[in-house]
Ligand binder design. Sequence first.
Ligand code: ADP
Ligand code: MG
Length: 400
Amino acid sequence: MLKTIDSLGDLRGKRVIVRADLNVPLDGTTITDDGRIRAAVPTLKRLLDAGAKVVVISHLGRPKGAPEEKYSLKPVVSRLGELLGTEVAFATDTVGDSARSTVGGLEEGGIALLENLRFNPGETAKDEAERRVFAQAIADMGDAYVSDGFGVVHRKQASVYELASLLPSAAGELVLKEVESLRKVTDEPARPFVVVLGGAKVADKLAVIDNLLGKADRILIGGGMAYTFQKAKGYEIGQSLLDEEKIDTVREYMERAEKQGVELILPVDNVVAAEFSADAEPTVVGADGIPADQEGMDIGPKTAELFASKIKDAATVFWNGPMGVFEFEKFAEGTKAVARAMSEAEGYTVVGGGDSASAVRNLGFDESLFSHISTGGGASLELIEGKELPGIAILEEGTK
Ligand code: ADP
Ligand code: MG
């Protein structure tokens, strides 16, 4: 059981540090998908209503332990304020003078956002002692800690892990909801249990297949993942995304799937193009022959139909990773077909992965047609794999 905000007692006038995940995609300073900010709202509202002094911490992007203007959290302040209906103060550093005076100036029911955690090397330091020192500097500004950045709970980072052991701590509303929803998928899922995998982070996601071979009834593979499989089958994949080192691993997965009676379903056709661009001319080819000068950009129409049919009668569906380069309209059809099939499925449907979730929203699907859209990519995958997540384990009752 995770510790909840209730366990923190009366929070009126207390400084509550909330680790949120406000790592939204930006185009310059314009937020292109505010899903993660909206996901942070329930916990923040609840704490504000309880009269807490709320101190929000988050990372944005991957700065290397020093300030970088393009990774500033500043553009997030006004959107967060709009959604909360209150003014949000902003500190231009994380644990320095600006942060301390901003936090010191908070009133009951007031809220501040501190600058990007990852502008400080201690946040992601390999060395535990170094992370502890940074976590202590944050802890000094608070009376309690709420962990609500689901997207980072699989990371042993200062603001996620060490900080939780330095203050009375609890899981926020988002973390609770995410864990509950994802456990429904992993703990005795209703069958057939179908997993759809795609996207570009091939190496990261292969481990998931390894783990799911014993659990899922069907695994559908599309997106950039698929070509390594096609290559392993001896097919020509042209200029498509490939993880050369993983060809043998992938071959072994296919053999195991066969032995265990798991349906491992690969594309039967692909949409290819001569260049990676929005105006490239799409061509449909069979899965066994992508021309040498072309690259796979999406699953083909036959595959889209096949995948949809394998999704529609499922009792549980977990989807991570777009089926193609959905950011380009011409190559979004495969991703749309999967999203549509999931939205029409009767079963319990979960979408995980930053890009997959934003694909669902940006392609115009009604979010309420999905049982759960996770805010975490890596974190949701690791939960599905059945791993213990440090940022969750530290919030279990009985841990300090
Ligand atoms: P998620 O964030 O949902 O976990 P990933 O980050 O792994 O997903 O991958 C998302 C990216 O994968 C998208 O930007 C999409 O354009 C890209 N992608 C999907 N299919 C292909 C492909 N065939 N070739 C190159 N990139 C692809
Ligand atoms: Mg991604």
